[in-house]
Design a protein around this ligand. Structure first.
Ligand code: SF4
Length: 104
């Protein structure tokens, strides 16, 4: 029996099929609502949802290529405008010192 003073269970939370299906329905609804109001994947990037955390200044990010090297050909690039390394939105034609070419 759980007898925590805060009233919360110390039992590990197990997702039921009903909870999982409800979560999927909510996710689908949010995506549909985003599509209905015209929120693009780039809008998500602009909203700060990109996974990268390294400040642009730390890797000398620039919004133009370095010769033939640019974000669109980097292994860390997430189209259309995110990076797995650098924080915030990036552009496909950008470049930084963390550039790593995509494997062919
Ligand atoms: S060049 Fe830099 S900013 Fe662009 S995708 Fe690669 S690591 Fe990210």
């Amino acid at each position: 029996m759980d007898s925590r003073k805060d009233g919360k269970s110390s039992q590990p939370r197990v997702l039921s099929r009903r909870t999982l299906l409800r979560g999927m329905a909510v996710t689908a609804g949010v995506l549909a609502a985003g599509a209905a109001v015209g929120v693009s994947p780039m809008g998500i990037a602009e909203a700060g949802k990109c996974p990268g955390t390294t400040p642009k200044t730390a890797v000398a990010y620039q919004d133009h290529p370095n010769g033939g090297e640019h974000c669109a050909t980097c292994a860390f690039f997430i189209a259309p405008g995110c990076c797995k390394v650098v924080a915030g939105p990036v552009v496909a034609s950008g470049y930084c010192k963390a550039f790593s070419p995509k494997m062919a």
